[in-house]
Design a protein around this ligand. Structure first.
Ligand SMILES: NC(=O)c1ccc[n+]([C@@H]2O[C@H](COP(=O)([O-])OP(=O)(O)OC[C@H]3O[C@@H](n4cnc5c(N)ncnc54)[C@H](O)[C@@H]3O)[C@@H](O)[C@H]2O)c1
Length: 348
């Protein structure tokens, strides 16, 4: 059961930033989290007051005042914007709070390192939702299983392009789409394959093309920056020694081939029992249950529940932690500087 009202133990929590994403996605997800919302802070007084009334908690327009007054609050959920996140995260950490912070956590990698320096024993989880989708979980399970295992390469296809003036944007602390949305496929890829050694781009005049990643583990990654229609469709393919996995939105297909395949001799594509063939997991929207809701399919529940579990169990996060957020920011910056050349971010 994952209803807020049924949890025996709940974390006293506050929200900073009651804007569009928080109101649409994060606050509704709290219905399924072990939290008790004590306060909402937004510089927009009307949004803060109305939303706090709706959720039966106190409203603030100043984070300092909220953090001072709400002494019982253990954790804050921050969803404001990348340029303001670093200062807000550090303010909450310095006030002794555990922090969940929406993506992008910063506009520069160095700001994530600064957050790390303030974290101490507080728990910080970044909103890297694509590392927390049921599909990403299944991908990690397969990659780490003795039955399948050994991943060679990953392909991600995500609708976005690379800006032209990467170096300048970095210097100005800008927030191109490659940061705002590039975080999503990178969260999936880093979540599955770990730290990245080298980054290289190849894009056309309009910024569409590929970002190549060489992971420290030896896995290679191709992130295809794709043009296309709205709304977005994203795809991931994973290639293992004797299996492939295709993820298109929520649909996952694990392709296992034909068991004991013999090029000249195999006469049926059907393998005995559970030994080959393709396993498909998909959502169904005909019942009013949890697993087919966007909050669950897209990873918003996964990322915030994981944060709550880490806080309740006092365990350091290993997924969506600041290390992972830093890794993603390093890949982001390296791609902005690549201009077709390999940029090493680890192992130099
Ligand atoms: N994970 C996702 O799928 C997803 C989707 C959309 C947006 N986002 C992210 O969510 C974050 C918020 O985006 P949004 O679209 O909701 O933006 P928004 O502008 O609608 O919301 C931001 C809110 O923060 C408030 N705010 C600004 N400064 C503040 C401060 N100092 N203290 C308290 N509140 C302050 C603003 O008044 C506003 O209400 C961004 O980081 C964005 O990238 C994530």
């Amino acid at each position: 059961m994952s209803y807020q009202r049924d949890f025996k133990k709940r974390i006293k929590a506050a929200v900073i930033g009651a804007g569009s994403h928080c109101y649409r996605n994060i606050l509704p997800t709290m219905t399924y989290l072990p939290v008790e919302l004590a306060a909402i802070c937004d510089v927009n007084e009307e949004a803060a007051a109305y939303t706090a009334r709706q959720y039966g908690c106190r409203a603030y327009t100043d984070t300092g005042e909220m953090l001072r007054r709400e002494t019982d609050v253990e954790a804050v959920f921050i969803s404001v914007g990348a340029s303001l996140h670093p200062a807000l995260v550090i303010e909450a950490l310095d006030a002794g709070k555990h922090v969940w912070v929406e993506k992008p956590v910063a506009v520069r990698a160095a700001q994530v390192e600064e957050m790390m320096a303030h974290a101490g024993d507080r728990i910080v989880v970044a909103g890297l939702k694509k590392a927390f989708t049921p599909a990403a979980e299944k991908a990690r399970e397969v990659v780490n299983s003795p039955r399948y295992g050994h991943l060679n390469s990953i392909l991600a296809v995500y609708p976005m392009n690379m800006p032209k003036d990467g170096r300048q944007i970095l210097e100005d602390g800008g927030m191109p789409n490659w940061l705002r949305n590039g975080v999503h496929p990178l969260s999936f890829m880093v979540g599955v394959a770990g730290k990245v050694d080298t980054v290289q781009t190849l894009v056309n005049e309009n910024g569409f093309g590929v970002v190549w990643l060489k992971f420290i583990s030896g896995v290679t990654g191709t992130l295809h920056l794709a043009s296309g229609p709205q709304p977005d469709v994203e795809r991931y393919s994973l290639f293992g020694d004797s299996w492939q996995m295709d993820i298109e939105d929520a649909r996952i297909a694990l392709r296992r081939g034909i068991c004991d395949f013999n090029y000249r001799g195999t006469t049926s594509y059907v393998s005995p029992e559970d030994t080959g063939g393709t396993i498909v997991w998909d959502t169904s929207s005909c019942v009013a249950t949890l697993e087919n809701k966007a909050e669950f399919v897209q990873g918003m529940y996964g990322e915030t529940k994981y944060f709550c579990d880490c806080v309740l169990e006092r365990k350091a996060p290993v997924l969506g932690d600041l290390e992972s957020a830093l890794e993603i920011m390093k890949v982001y910056e390296a791609a902005m500087l690549s201009e077709g050349n390999p940029v090493k971010i680890h192992g130099q």
